[in-house]
Design a protein around this ligand. Structure first.
Ligand code: ZN
Length: 160
């Protein structure tokens, strides 16, 4: 019987080889946000179509290591179709999974931790082994930070 580590490895490789929601959206109306992780050379581009407080569609571009790209693929599947509030809850839940061994960044809002206990991370739990390799945490969280910035920009655009 394969161990949990093997299963997690399979899930990560599957998302790396067959990335979900890969591509672009016309921007505008979608917002386009880029993230870069200089420690590893990872690049993530998130195209985000938010309307009526819902993540109607998103696409992922960019290139980088298997952790950064598979994390972005899993993220896209996890937040597509969700409301902005639900997407933010998934972001917080994933970042708390990644921050077990990482000092919280200044200004990081952890106040929602309890209410997010019910958030189902599914395949994303495959990335929890990454916390044992602190240098790779930035790879795993890159797309999430980029998405978070994209949500801010989409809401700002909608308000203007
Ligand atoms: Zn990387």
């Amino acid at each position: 019987m394969p161990g949990l580590e093997d299963l997690y490895r399979e899930i990560i490789l599957d998302h790396y080889r067959n990335p979900r929601n890969r591509g672009e959206l016309p921007a505008p109306p979608a917002v386009r946000v880029e993230g870069f992780n200089p420690l590893c050379g990872d690049e993530i581009i998130v195209f985000l179509d938010v309307s009526d407080d819902q993540v109607v569609d998103l696409r992922i571009g960019g290139q980088g290591c298997s952790i950064s790209q598979s994390s972005a693929s899993m993220m896209s599947a996890a937040v597509k179709g969700k409301t902005v509030a639900e997407a933010r809850a998934v972001i917080r839940a994933f970042k708390s999974l990644m921050s077990i061994h990482e000092q919280r960044l200044d200004g990081d809002d952890s106040s929602g931790a309890d209410e997010d206990a019910e958030v189902k991370l599914g395949d994303l739990e495959a990335l929890q082994g990454v916390v044992r390799f602190p240098v790779r945490i930035k790879c795993a969280t890159l797309s999430w930070n980029t998405l978070s910035q994209g949500l801010d920009e989409a809401l700002a655009a909608a308000a203007s």
